[in-house]
Design a protein around this ligand. Structure first.
Ligand code: MN3
Length: 247
């Protein structure tokens, strides 16, 4: 009987809400509802150059769509995945991607796809915006030592990129032992997931090249070298060897 009385009081209180007494609280409800997508902790990094800077290989419209919408979608998805997960939300991106398999099972696929996508694209923008050419200094020496020289690197990297079935990436990685290696990954998987660092990589999802090249991935893969920034890639190599390269 006491329960019924209490329930009656509660129903009465709800009823009052619609008559005006509780209107302030009722009016605030929509703002508190979990409908707005979280805007952090991860954010879209600025491109660092104009959309037409890579015109020699990638048209400005593709660059804009790819950066503003495709990459943003990975950031948005990652923020939604870590919402309410304080330990995950505090992790730096490289640690989150490296350790995604230890996360709660219900989150793993989203951390893998969105976290990997955020890391891969952040690297991708950084290494472009240049004028191609060839590496020099310690990076050139490492390429000569581990990959048989720059010409051989290009041949092997391009063959790897052409061998990606469907969507994925081709990478030059820095292994745990500090050696360079060429590898591919499906979807948005990252070399971080193998305990390696991505020195450089090419996105061979169709969204990266379809407007200009349609199905001709081989032309895109060949042209891509003309917009690489070897100063930045060299800086990434130095950071990887110093243990400070993140994504
Ligand atoms: Mn992409």
């Amino acid at each position: 009987m006491a329960f019924i009385q209490r329930r009656g009081l509660m129903l009465g209180a709800v009823g009052l809400g619609f008559t005006g007494l509780m209107r302030p609280a009722f009016a605030q409800a929509p703002a508190a509802a979990p409908t707005a997508a979280p805007t952090g902790p991860f954010t879209l990094p600025p491109l660092g150059y104009a959309f037409d800077k890579n015109e020699a290989a990638i048209d400005a419209r593709t660059m804009e769509l790819h950066h503003r919408f495709h990459h943003q979608a990975y950031v948005t998805g990652l923020n939604a995945a870590v919402a309410g997960q304080d330990a995950l939300a505090r992790m730096p991106l490289d640690e989150l991607v490296t350790n995604y398999a230890q996360a709660p099972e219900a989150l793993r696929t989203r951390l893998r796809n969105f976290g990997g996508g955020h890391a891969n694209h952040s690297m991708f923008w950084e290494i472009m915006g240049g004028a191609g050419g060839e590496p020099s200094g310690p990076l050139k020496a490492a390429i000569d030592r581990d990959l048989g020289g720059f010409g051989e690197l290009k041949n092997r990297f391009n063959a790897a990129a052409m061998g990606v079935f469907g969507s994925g990436w081709s990478f030059v990685t820095v292994t745990r032992e500090g050696r360079l290696a060429i590898t591919t990954k499906p979807n948005q998987d990252s070399p971080l997931m193998d305990g390696q660092r991505a020195l450089m990589g090419n996105d061979v999802w169709e969204h990266a090249y379809y407007l200009r090249y349609q199905n001709r991935r081989v032309e895109y893969v060949g042209k891509w070298w003309d917009v690489l920034d070897w100063a930045r890639i060299s800086a990434r190599f130095d950071a990887a060897m110093a243990g400070t390269l993140k994504v």
